[in-house]
Design a protein around this ligand. Structure first.
Ligand SMILES: Cc1cc2nc3c(=O)[nH]c(=O)nc-3n(C[C@H](O)[C@H](O)[C@H](O)COP(=O)(O)OP(=O)(O)OC[C@H]3O[C@@H](n4cnc5c(N)ncnc54)[C@H](O)[C@@H]3O)c2cc1C
Ligand SMILES: NC(=O)c1ccc[n+]([C@@H]2O[C@H](COP(=O)([O-])OP(=O)(O)OC[C@H]3O[C@@H](n4cnc5c(N)ncnc54)[C@H](O)[C@@H]3O)[C@@H](O)[C@H]2O)c1
Length: 439
């Protein structure tokens, strides 16, 4: 009998397994797909490996007026090979690390049975394992919209395995997945379109800076269509024809569904163990406990207010390790954390303004020395601060917005004020040495 059996070996499940094992618990982990889960296999890591080339490409292009010479071109096969060199070996090393730590591993599809224990099915063969507690960390999968011709739609997983880059590639949906993959494809030579079913905006981000970001995408050659609700995808010869109900038509060689992700709960038999869930995920209390008090859930599969992101999954694993192995009964207390749309230029935000009195400072950094030095022509920010002159939130648009937003997160979480920031000595010239100007 195990102390805990964890379903899913993504960042949430794996971090929890190591945490519990380190505290002396008997732990097993079950996986039905690639060991390591979404982030290292088909999520954060492979996309950012590819993005590194795209960032360098645009950086070099911007430097053509600064001494750089020559034609720049990205080769899809090489891009894919570099990505595969990472993803091909990840699952086996993730599995070996678990085994070497004496965490028992089971490969197969997990589901609860009528006795409240777990069945694991592999190629029609079932085995049952018993545990005092179970933890659901099964993540999410891409949503395919229920439209005519939905069988022709591909997902971000398929994109990362395209042998050849399609000449014309269309994304339905305009969230981080579409925006990141669109930039990779466009810089590598594909004619890319993004179809938004609503207005020109990026969910969760400041409207003005999101519009600036969409313009940057357009400058990269990406077509953006708004207020188009795709109703049908038809196969025509070797391509596809997308259409809405109002006469919009667009041809593409591949179409990616990037309309969001849904929690992986199907087939778990949650009803047999009285675990409640909604379309947004499994319901948990402030101890990550489901409606069955011996079953916990964490990571992307839970219904939560904030982002479904890798560092958040890791934070939840750390919390649950403490909750399950110590006397502490504290509720989970998330710190502020940033959200980033990655690309050659990034759009990043941090801070919750809901209902709080705040003032806004708009900053154009494009003429600041730091940003001119590495040719960042569109560096802008909005800083939100309270009456005490403490920064409470920020949105940053820049080639280095991912780093800037981490600094801002640190300053906000530490409630630092300008005089304290001025007491820090930072290397010059670096983005950190400019932090004082954000106040
Ligand atoms: C294209 C893309 C890019 C992303 N980029 C970023 C990024 O830059 N930064 C960031 O922070 N986040 C990013 N994310 C999100 C990030 O990948 C997730 O937040 C993170 O992987 C969640 O971890 P998890 O452990 O909860 O779930 P997952 O990593 O999804 O792992 C769940 C695991 O459970 C397994 N499983 C499911 N059901 C069962 C079952 N019944 N039996 C056995 N096993 C099962 C699955 O096979 C999977 O391996 C990205 C996601 C995508 C798709
Ligand atoms: N940089 C990052 O941190 C990063 C990168 C990629 C993914 N992720 C994670 O993965 C999640 C999923 O990303 P995503 O981009 O797939 O989903 P998303 O839910 O963030 O965005 C989906 C977009 O599709 C739109 N949409 C919904 N239905 C539609 C329809 N029928 N037609 C057209 N558009 C439609 C939505 O309005 C939304 O803009 C993110 O929320 C995040 O948790 C994070």
């Amino acid at each position: 009998m195990y102390d805990e059996v964890i379903i899913g070996s993504g960042p949430a499940g794996t971090a929890l397994a190591y945490g519990l094992k380190a505290q002396g618990h008997q732990v097993a982990i079950v996986e039905r797909g690639k060991w390591g889960g979404t982030c290292p296999n088909v999520g954060c890591d492979p996309t950012k490996i590819m993005m590194a080339t795209i960032e360098t490409y645009w950086q070099a292009k911007h430097m053509l007026e600064a001494g750089m010479e020559g034609d720049l071109k990205i080769n899809w096969s090489s891009l894919l090979a570099r990505k595969n060199a990472y993803t091909d070996t990840f699952p086996s090393s993730a599995l070996n690390n678990l085994k070497n730590t004496n965490i028992d591993t089971y490969y197969g599809n997990a589901s609860f049975n009528t006795e409240g224990q777990l069945n694991i099915e592999m190629k029609g063969v079932f085995q049952s394992i018993e545990s005092k507690r179970f933890v659901i960390a099964t993540g999410q999968s891409p949503i395919i919209p229920d439209i005519k011709g939905k069988e022709f739609l591909k997902t971000s997983n398929d994109f990362l395995d395209f042998e050849n880059l399609p000449a014309r590639l269309t994304f339905i949906g305009g969230g981080p997945v579409a925006i990141e993959l669109a930039q990779i494809a466009a810089a590598t030579g594909s004619e890319v379109s993004i179809i938004l079913h609503g207005e020109r905006k990026i969910n969760g981000f400041d409207q003005n800076l999101a519009e600036e970001y969409l313009k940057i995408l357009e400058k990269q050659g990406i077509n953006i269509y708004s207020n188009i609700e795709i109703r049908q995808v038809e196969k025509i010869d070797s391509a596809y024809l997308l259409s809405d109900a109002e006469g919009f038509k667009l041809e593409a060689d591949e179409v990616i569904s990037a309309v969001g992700r849904k929690p992986n709960v199907e087939g778990l038999n949650l009803d047999l163990v009285n675990v409640r869930n909604s379309k947004k995920g499994i319901e948990v209390n402030s101890h990550l406990q489901t409606t069955n008090k011996e079953i916990f859930a964490l990571g992307d599969v839970i219904d939560k207010k904030g982002g479904k992101l890798t560092p958040v999954a890791g934070f939840e694993a750390g919390y649950l390790t403490t909750f399950l192995t110590s006397e502490s009964q504290d509720a989970i207390d998330y710190p502020l954390y940033p959200t980033v749309i990655f690309g050659s230029t990034k759009l990043a935000r941090v801070g919750e303004l809901n209902g709080l009195d705040h003032q806004v400072k708009r900053i154009d950094m494009s003429n600041w020395y730091t940003y001119r030095r590495f040719a960042d022509p569109e560096a802008k920010a909005k800083i939100y601060y309270n009456d005490n002159h403490e920064i409470i939130g920020a949105t940053v648009l820049s080639v280095i917005a991912d780093e800037i937003i981490n600094y801002m997160t640190f300053l906000i979480n530490k409630k630092m004020k300008l005089p304290e920031v001025r007491k820090l000595l930072m290397a010059y010239p670096t983005p950190a040495s400019d932090l004082q100007y954000f106040y």
